[in-house]
Design a binder for this molecule. Structure first.
Ligand SMILES: *[C@@H]1O[C@H](CO)[C@@H](O)[C@H](O)[C@H]1NC(C)=O
Ligand SMILES: [Ca+2]
Ligand SMILES: [Ca+2]
Ligand SMILES: [Ca+2]
Length: 276
């Protein structure tokens, strides 16, 4: 009989002990939950900061890219004075000319000396206008003074300005015609020589039939090889009620203009073959 209250007390003690440990467990769980919440809050904050950082970096990159783009499109590359290239330029040129010319050589793949010259020039930036002339120009072709040799053709960039018709007559008097642009490569060569924003007449016209553009040799304009500016040709009648039937190029793109306008022009004719 004595053991019963004892057991009862013991039971009560056990009960309270059990309750205590239960409370401790609850407390621990609560602390764990708080810890987890804190950690996740930290993680979320860190991630947010990272996202902000990358966004800022992206924005900086975009801004840089835009300034670079603006630089490229707005500022025409400066023409470097020849003196920066001269130490290496004239020497190889002399080599080419003294090289004996034979019909076999012109058809064979590029002579090794030209390749060597190309390599020695590979460090010069491509904006240097002299470079393409050296690599493209065949020693077996020659142009008169004032004309630029390129790919077996001679080009004359006029200083004086005239209407498209008079410009064309002047080119023909000189033994050529207004330039016909046959390739992207030729377009790029002309662009490099028209670096200031000065318009030049080219040999393109739709005066015979509105909208049908022909080169001066009578051939139709290849529609997959045009360099019109956006929204050009527009046959704009704002200044000339006859509209615009003559093609000109600026530093990059083509425009149609009133043929009566006075502009500079580009003539083209075949180069004189020196080696036959
Ligand atoms: C037109 O130009 C494209 C691109 O240069 C060329 O592939 C195609 O052969 C040309 N078509 C004609 C008829 O000259
Ligand atoms: Ca041409
Ligand atoms: Ca027109
Ligand atoms: Ca126009």
């Amino acid at each position: 009989m004595m053991s019963r209250p004892q057991k009862y007390i013991e039971g009560e003690a056990l009960h309270s002990q059990h309750e205590k440990s239960n409370n401790a467990l609850k407390l621990r769980v609560a602390m764990l939950v708080v810890c987890v919440l804190l950690v996740s809050a930290l993680v979320v904050t860190y991630l947010l900061l990272e996202v902000l950082k990358t966004r800022n970096m992206l924005r900086n990159l975009e801004m840089k890219q835009e300034t670079v783009k603006a630089d490229v499109t707005e500022r025409p590359p400066e023409i470097k004075p020849c003196s920066t290239v001269q130490p290496t330029c004239p020497e190889p040129e002399v080599k080419i000319i003294t090289q004996p010319c034979s019909p076999i050589q012109t058809t064979s793949p590029q002579p090794p000396e030209i390749n060597m010259i190309k390599q020695s020039h590979s460090t010069i930036p491509t904006t240097t206008p002299q470079l393409p002339d050296i690599t493209m120009n065949d020693p077996c072709y020659k142009c008169e003074d004032g004309w630029k040799l390129h790919g077996g053709k001679c080009y004359y960039f006029s200083i004086s300005k005239s209407s498209w018709d008079v410009s064309r007559t002047e080119c023909r008097t000189k033994g050529g015609d207004l330039v016909k642009i046959d390739s992207e490569e030729e377009q790029n060569f002309l662009r490099k020589n028209v670096q200031q924003k000065i318009p030049f007449w080219i040999g393109l016209t739709d005066s015979a039939e509105e909208g049908r553009w022909l080169w001066v040799d009578g051939s139709p304009l290849n529609e997959s090889l045009t360099f019109w500016k956006f929204f050009e040709p527009d046959d704009w009648k704002g200044k000339d009620p006859d509209g615009e039937d003559c093609g000109r190029m600026g530093s990059v793109y083509w425009y149609d203009n009133s043929c009566k306008r006075s502009r500079r022009s580009i003539c083209e004719k075949s180069a004189v073959a020196m080696c036959v």
